[in-house]
Design a protein around this ligand. Structure first.
Ligand SMILES: NC(=O)c1ccc[n+]([C@@H]2O[C@H](COP(=O)([O-])OP(=O)(O)OC[C@H]3O[C@@H](n4cnc5c(N)ncnc54)[C@H](O)[C@@H]3O)[C@@H](O)[C@H]2O)c1
Length: 430
């Protein structure tokens, strides 16, 4: 059983390399972006993701073939993973055009001599497989369960840890429409040694959306509460949230990092998937007040942070924005809070902005084109600045706190100078 992977971004490249490694099968990989294909063929991974480059070098041309055409990728394969993007449409609903387009292009190229299974890894709104994809196959003369298989297999990897998360998953969720696809996928995933959970396609789709919406909710909850505490200097927000984490039920697995305030959530998945689920709730006539609130808090948090910066230093001040990636350990700037915060600062009249990020400067500059300057180091970013706005909690910022002594800092991530839990002197036992 040879494998094809279509779409070679964060998820697709990780999936292709991970399946080749764990199953020992040959993986044919294709992306419609010729520039990306050329980079991958030359061994270059165009985004920061630990471990992927070494794996690409190891497998290129042996376990992994980067194909120049979709036909080449599908020629020998009987199981096809779709990992193309599902961005937001202008109305906030998920745009499925890349996915349905990739499937439409594939259908005439499927092997005639074998049953082919189409596996969707892209994140889609609930009921997409049943209401959109199965009818698409049927209308093209492919009956699911007769000539083709169809399954939703959501991906739960985190950017910055994509390889480790893919190779060591907590669970593998498969929403297959037909028994043959289920068996094929169970067999394929056996070497991963993780529980394989068979559910309906709608349950698989809903689980992935629910996972991202839950993470977004925890972040907005934290930001909402931090905003309540902000006006009372006696409340140490960083300590309060670390005390929440001290509840044993939060320990292990990294969930606590989502229950901590910051200056808004970003990245490719949480904003678009929470919005997509919210639009879905409206579409089915059960508008989710909670998800609407989660999104509204996120918008308000970024705006409020920019207002705090201006209130502290004034619009004519020289500001350093520290951190452009949506989270530390990544150079992904899609929906990064830094972009909205800089937009607000510019709107509020702050025009002298220098930005710095250990990894994401060139990507950020290319995508957003703001009229601001960029610094090559933290020292350069702070030079002559009235105020530093800390937007991404890079370890470099916490490790080099002495550099902040001569500048006013608004710590949007509550990560600097964490105070220990020391009782006030008068309350200590003698
Ligand atoms: N990034 C994450 O952390 C993450 C985690 C889990 C799930 N997901 C989901 O996985 C999907 C992919 O996410 P990503 O971050 O890898 O996106 P991405 O934008 O990095 O990659 C998508 C790739 O698909 C390619 N593509 C688009 N149309 C194509 C076509 N017709 N044929 C071949 N290639 C095509 C694009 O050129 C692009 O390289 C999305 O639905 C996303 O929501 C993402």
């Amino acid at each position: 059983m040879m494998i094809a992977v279509i779409g070679l971004g964060f998820v697709g490249l990780t999936t292709a390399l991970g399946l080749a490694t764990q199953t020992g099968r040959l993986v044919y990989a294709y992306d419609s972006n010729a520039n990306l294909r050329a980079k991958l063929k030359s061994g270059e991974v165009p985004f920061h993701e630990p471990g992927l480059k070494d794996k690409l070098h190891e497998l290129l041309g042996s376990g992994l073939i980067i194909c120049d055409t979709l036909a080449e990728a599908l020629e020998h394969t009987s199981i096809i993973f779709y990992c193309v993007g599902t961005p937001s449409r202008p109305d906030g609903a998920a745009d499925l055009d890349a996915l349905t387009g990739a499937i439409r292009q594939s259908l005439p190229l499927l092997r005639k001599d074998s049953y082919c299974t189409l596996v969707i890894k892209s994140t889609v709104p609930p009921m997409t497989t049943t209401d959109v994809l199965a009818p698409l196959l049927k209308n093209s003369g492919h009956m699911v369960g007769e000539s083709v298989g169809l399954a939703h297999n959501p991906e739960f990897l985190r950017e910055g840890r994509a390889w480790q998360d893919f190779i060591h998953p907590d669970r593998i969720v498969i929403g297959a429409c037909d028994a043959y696809s289920m068996r094929q996928l169970e067999q394929l995933y056996e070497p991963f040694g993780a529980p394989v959970l068979a559910v309906s396609p709608g349950t698989a789709e809903f689980t992935k959306m629910a996972s991202n919406a839950l993470l977004a909710t925890m972040i907005s909850f934290s930001n909402e509460l931090a905003a309540l505490a902000e006006g009372s200097p006696e409340i140490d927000i960083s300590q309060a949230f670390r005390l929440l984490h001290a509840d044993g039920r939060w320990q292990g697995g990294g969930m606590a990092s989502y229950v901590y305030p910051g200056c808004g959530f970003g990245g490719y998945c949480l904003p678009k998937d929470t919005l997509s689920l919210y639009r879905y709730s409206q579409k089915i006539g059960r508008e989710s007040t909670l998800l609407g609130g989660v999104l509204a808090v996120n918008v308000r948090t970024k705006r409020a942070f920019a207002e705090r910066v201006v209130a502290a230093a004034g619009p004519k001040s020289k500001v350093a924005v520290l951190g452009l990636a949506f989270k530390p350990g990544s150079d992904d700037v899609r929906e990064t809070p830094a972009a909205d915060i800089i937009t607000h600062l510019l709107e509020l009249g702050v025009t002298d902005i220098v930005a710095y990020d250990p990894l994401a400067i060139s990507r950020f500059r290319d995508v957003y084109g703001f009229p601001i300057r960029y610094a090559h180091s933290l020292e350069e970013a702070l030079e002559g600045r009235d105020l530093a706005a800390l937007v991404t909690a890079w370890p470099e910022f916490t490790a080099r706190q002495l550099l902040f002594e001569r500048v006013q800092v608004i710590d949007g991530r509550y990560c600097l100078g964490k105070r220990e839990f020391v009782l006030p002197t008068q309350l200590r036992r003698s």
